[in-house]
Design a protein around this ligand. Structure first.
Ligand SMILES: [Zn+2]
Length: 381
């Protein structure tokens, strides 16, 4: 299944490199030629977040010659428990700038290229074509499909990791040697049915587990060592500390890599389903309006945050139904207003309720705006 080394060696190592990499060059499977292949390799890391922090750091330390970093975000305080390439003094900086500075400190032999942008249907193929291999640590389905599609269309191996709460997955998508991402995940889940790390949380150290697995797979693909995750899905549960690997097959009807493929552009046919639902502004309730509704007792409040968040306080009378359970939960009748922390999950909640035929509105700015306006919260019953 594995096709052999991806990258040819271009130049002999210098004396400083030979000393730096001595402990991995001594591995017989790796050797001097493995190190020379890494030095010639060009790897694109998509996302300087939890996974990308770890993957990019280990690839730089290992001596991958050129590393591109794609990210359009800035460093936020809530990133630092898992995005270890950034530090306290980087708060507010572009993640690509912070990541490039750190990688330059890790290994001066590595050329780091910054791409301060989001990969889209328009730019993804052009960016990816300049690299030998792509590591995808994206945190959203739209980017995952764009990256997966662009890799398959450009013939690049696609090392992929995914994390949420205590669960991690990894694989290497690489048709025709194995399945592509769409062979296994032909369509994104319905918008609002799957939570993000921002909504559901993630254990920081899990990023290291899966990010390191991605770095290892990239090194194996480049050098031709061992047996890669091409055609296999690594499934890790950090809470019980188990690792499983499931065999994966190519889908003969795959729209991207099958014999009757129809996908010609990255993200074709799936991006619309990935987009966050856009809510009619008329369906958003301001803090002031909601305070009046609560005072008059003429509204049913649903808190779609997680139980650990309700326990920190919620709006008086609110019933807690986490977003992930909303599709099947009993929702009281009457005029409903849903809310979450900042107003993202509540928008998805409206889409879930729309599909159930329940007309609802949501609190603009969530409980953060509610508290900021001086409104009180109380402990749930
Ligand atoms: Zn496929």
């Amino acid at each position: 299944m594995d096709p052999g080394p991806l990258v040819d060696a271009l130049r002999p190592l210098g004396a400083a490199e030979t000393a730096r990499y001595a402990r991995q060059v001594m591995l017989p499977e790796f050797g001097v030629v493995g190190q020379e292949r890494l030095a010639a390799a060009r790897v694109l890391v998509v996302g300087a977040g939890g996974l990308g922090s770890v993957t990019a750091t280990y690839l730089a330390a290992a001596g991958v010659g050129t590393i591109g970093i794609v990210d359009d975000d800035v460093v936020d305080l809530s990133n630092l428990h898992r995005q270890v390439i950034h530090s306290q003094r980087d708060l507010g900086r572009a993640k690509v700038d912070s990541a490039v500075d750190r990688l330059a400190q890790v290994n001066p032999h590595v050329v780091v290229v910054r791409h301060r942008e989001r990969l889209t249907a328009a730019n993804a193929r052009g960016v990816i074509a300049a690299y030998d291999l792509v590591v995808d640590g994206a945190d959203n389905f739209a980017t995952r499909y764009v990256v997966g599609d662009a890799c398959a269309l450009e013939g690049r191996p696609h090392v992929w990791g995914s994390i949420l709460r205590f669960d991690g997955q990894a694989s290497v998508w690489w048709p025709p040697h194995g399945p592509c991402y769409r062979c296994v995940f032909p369509a994104p889940p319905p918008s609002g049915s799957v939570l993000s790390c921002a909504d559901a949380g993630v254990l920081g150290s899990l990023c290291a587990t899966i990010g390191a697995a991605c770095a290892t797979e990239a090194i194996k693909v480049i050098t031709g060592m061992g047996r890669t995750l091409v055609g296999r899905l690594l499934v890790h549960d950090a809470l019980v500390q188990t690792y499983a690997d499931l065999p994966l097959r190519r889908n003969p009807a795959c729209a991207l890599c099958g014999p009757r493929a129809t996908v010609r552009e990255p993200g074709q046919g799936v991006l619309e389903a990935c987009a966050a639902p856009v809510v009619d502004p008329a369906r958003r309730v301001s803090v002031g309006e909601l305070a009046e509704l609560v005072a008059s007792g003429s509204v049913t409040l649903v808190d779609v945050r997680e139980p650990a968040e309700w326990r920190e306080g919620t709006i008086a009378g609110a019933r807690g139904i986490p977003l992930g359970e909303l599709a099947g939960a009993e929702v009281p009748s009457g005029p409903v207003v849903v809310f979450c922390a900042g107003g993202m999950r509540s928008q998805r909640a409206l889409a879930v309720l729309d599909r159930r035929g329940i007309a609802a509105r949501d609190l603009d700015g969530g409980i953060v705006a509610w508290r900021a306006a001086g409104q009180s919260v109380e402990m749930p019953a």
